[in-house]
Design a protein around this ligand. Structure first.
Ligand SMILES: NC(=O)C1=CN([C@@H]2O[C@H](COP(=O)(O)OP(=O)(O)OC[C@H]3O[C@@H](n4cnc5c(N)ncnc54)[C@H](OP(=O)(O)O)[C@@H]3O)[C@@H](O)[C@H]2O)[C@@H](O)CC1
Ligand SMILES: Nc1ncnc2c1ncn2[C@@H]1O[C@H](COP(=O)(O)OP(=O)(O)O)[C@@H](O)[C@H]1O
Length: 292
């Protein structure tokens, strides 16, 4: 018999981890850092950063290379901005241990520079989300990535990215939407065990597996269907939501599950016509409804 596949729900445990209490100041709610790509490529990181801020990280900073600083500065207000041109500069910035959750990948580019930044980020052993180009950059050398991962890392591949890192598991149908989630869950568990990190495989039926063998389903079919979530940048926002929750101290598995659930609720609040920018802005209504 297969192992349990839990359904992610907006329950009391989720409420307990989402709502801020008491008189704590902003640093008590964590500081998320989102790495941005070059000129003209910063939209994805800005979407992620906005998600991190809306989900309650106390502070969010975007780090961008020199050429992209004016573009970011023109677009960011509550979100802070720092210049980071390469892996050495990132290492310098990370000397500030208050930057407690990192998000790398959206719009970052598939390059040696991205691999070096991922390596630096993983070396400091802080809560980290790796998405998009941070995954694709290791397509030729997935074992080099897995060797550096730690349990506070969340990988958020879509089906294509999953196949680049786990080609054998993809061939067995891990990301095949025609297969039942319970069958796919075993393959996503195998991915998480191999990687030594949480793996969130995106789709209408998103699966979240931990390296210890737990697996949960965020079901966006049937009554929770939100097909309009298949829009450019939606996954970038999801990566930011996870980073924001981890900045607040939520562990990797719970952060991935909670973010996936909120993401679909936000999409359902907006409805058809949704674009990625709408997702962070829909969060206050989702959180209000969840609070009851
Ligand atoms: N506003 C912005 O700035 C935005 C910036 N963005 C940034 O762009 C960068 C590239 O990201 P990306 O995801 O668009 O492209 P890529 O990594 O080449 O993968 C796409 C290929 O994979 C395959 N594929 C298979 N299954 C799949 C699935 N389930 N879902 C999706 N794809 C699937 C499929 O190939 P096929 O199967 O069709 O041959 C497809 O052609 C990245 O940095 C991202 O952050 C975007 O987020 C958009 C908004
Ligand atoms: N048919 C669908 N129904 C519900 N959610 C979907 C559907 N298709 C994709 N999604 C969600 O939309 C997001 C797309 O992310 P991704 O593929 O990374 O796009 P991008 O790179 O443009 O941000 C994921 O969170 C995924 O779970």
């Amino acid at each position: 018999m297969g192992r349990e596949l839990r359904l992610i729900e907006g329950d009391a445990a989720m409420r307990a981890r989402l709502f801020k209490q008491g008189a704590a100041h902003k640093y008590a709610h964590g500081h998320a850092l989102v790495l941005a790509g070059g000129l003209g490529l910063t939209g994805a990181a800005r979407l992620a950063a906005r998600g991190a801020l809306r989900v309650g990280a106390g502070l969010v900073t975007v780090a961008a290379p020199a050429a992209a600083m004016p573009e970011c500065a023109a677009q960011l207000t509550a979100i802070m901005l720092r210049q980071v041109d390469d892996a050495d500069a990132l290492a310098g910035l990370l000397a500030d241990s208050r930057l407690n959750a990192l998000c790398l990948g959206p719009g970052l580019g598939v390059s040696e520079g991205t691999r070096q930044m991922v390596t630096v980020a993983l070396a400091v052993q802080r809560a980290t989300v790796l998405d998009a180009d941070a995954l694709t950059a290791f397509a030729e050398v997935p074992e080099a990535l897995f060797a550096r991962l730690h349990p506070a890392t969340v990988l958020t591949p879509h089906g294509g990215e999953f196949a680049r890192l786990f080609p054998d598991l993809a061939k067995q149908g891990a990301a095949d939407p025609g297969r039942p989630p319970a069958a796919r869950a075993e393959l996503v568990r195998a991915a998480a065990e191999r990687a030594g990190a949480v793996v969130l495989l995106k789709g209408a039926e998103t699966l979240v597996a931990t390296p210890r063998g737990a697996c949960a389903l965020n079901d966006a079919t049937g009554p929770r269907a939100a097909p309009w979530l298949a829009t450019a940048g939606a996954g970038d926002v999801l990566a930011g939501l996870i980073a924001g929750l981890m900045a607040r101290g939520v562990d990797a598995g719970a952060a991935a599950e909670t973010a996936a659930w909120l993401h679909v609720e936000a999409a359902r609040t907006v409805g058809p016509g949704l674009i990625a920018e709408d997702l962070p802005e829909a969060l206050p209504a989702v959180l209000r409804e969840l609070a009851g």
